[in-house]
Write a protein that binds this ligand. Structure first.
Ligand code: NAG
Length: 262
């Protein structure tokens, strides 16, 4: 286990001090239990085998990493800033259409640290504050109204008849979910492979869960939504670079080419 938080005793600070590596790392979680993903310390290029060798550090979309003024950790002292990674999600779209949300919940309150969006590999599925969850699942259900629903399988609340959903290169053919960041064009697009989970032989479920009415952080982006995406955390420049689904580029996190000479 390695702590990858933004603190002074984290692995990043230790590597930076010991080897003079830039305070930067990249994470690529595999969606397959049979293969490994990769984690890179320091700078790219990060080469992946695919139809062409791909340097996944190129062509990333960037968004500022935000610091929450209040620690969100289980154990912390008063006045301590959060060491977790927050990004500024401004709105959420389903199939290109903005979902009506309470924007206050998407911002981090400077005094209390409540609200906002963070990235967490601890949570298996993205957790949304209840009103956001209801709005997003409602919009998703409406956009996929042609597919019959089946009874939900816990912890999910919205499931569809798996046999009635087509497959695409980026997973089940379902409406795209966009997390819109600092501008309309800076958006984290979530395709079926990252938005859906096969919860039973019949049920294909939206892999988002209800985070309750008053969570500290309104949107917690979880592991399933991170799979097969390259995420580069650049602490020196306080920014996150993300690739969107590597499947679109015909490679996966398991295809990192450790043998390439760079
Ligand atoms: C939006 O959320 C904030 C923070 O939880 C809350 O105080 C406010 O009442 C909400 N507004 C609406 C219209 O629900």
């Amino acid at each position: 286990m390695a702590g990858l938080g933004r603190n002074k005793v984290g692995m990043l600070s230790l590597l930076a001090a010991a080897f003079g590596l830039p305070r930067k790392f990249a994470l690529c979680l595999s969606s397959s239990t049979a293969s490994d993903g990769a984690i890179f310390f320091g700078d790219g290029p990060y080469e992946f085998r695919g139809t062409a060798n791909l340097d996944a550090s190129q062509g990333l979309t960037y968004t500022p990493l935000l610091v929450s003024p209040v620690s969100t950790a289980g154990v912390s002292s008063q006045g301590e800033k959060s060491v977790e990674y927050f990004i500024g999600v401004k709105s959420i779209r389903v199939n290109g259409k903005a979902v009506r949300l309470n924007a206050t919940l998407l911002a981090i309150d400077e005094k209390t640290g409540i609200g906002g969006t963070k990235i967490s590999t601890v949570d298996p599925y993205t957790k949304l504050q209840s009103s956001i969850y209801k709005a997003v699942t409602g919009a998703f259900a409406a956009a996929l109204a042609q597919v019959p629903r089946v009874p939900p399988v816990a912890p999910f609340g919205l499931c569809f008849d798996a046999s009635r959903v087509a497959s695409t290169r980026v997973g089940p053919g379902v409406p795209q979910i966009d997390l819109v960041l600092q501008s309309e064009s800076a958006c984290w697009r979530i395709f079926g492979a990252n938005s859906m989970v096969r919860a039973s032989s019949k049920a294909l479920c939206l892999a988002f869960v209800d985070g309750g009415a008053t969570p500290t952080t309104s949107v917690v982006i979880g592991g399933h939504q991170l799979e097969e995406n390259l995420l580069q955390f650049d602490l020196a420049r306080s920014r996150l670079g993300f690739s969107s689904s590597l499947t679109l580029k015909q490679t996966t996190c398991a295809n990192f080419n450790f043998a390439s000479k760079l």
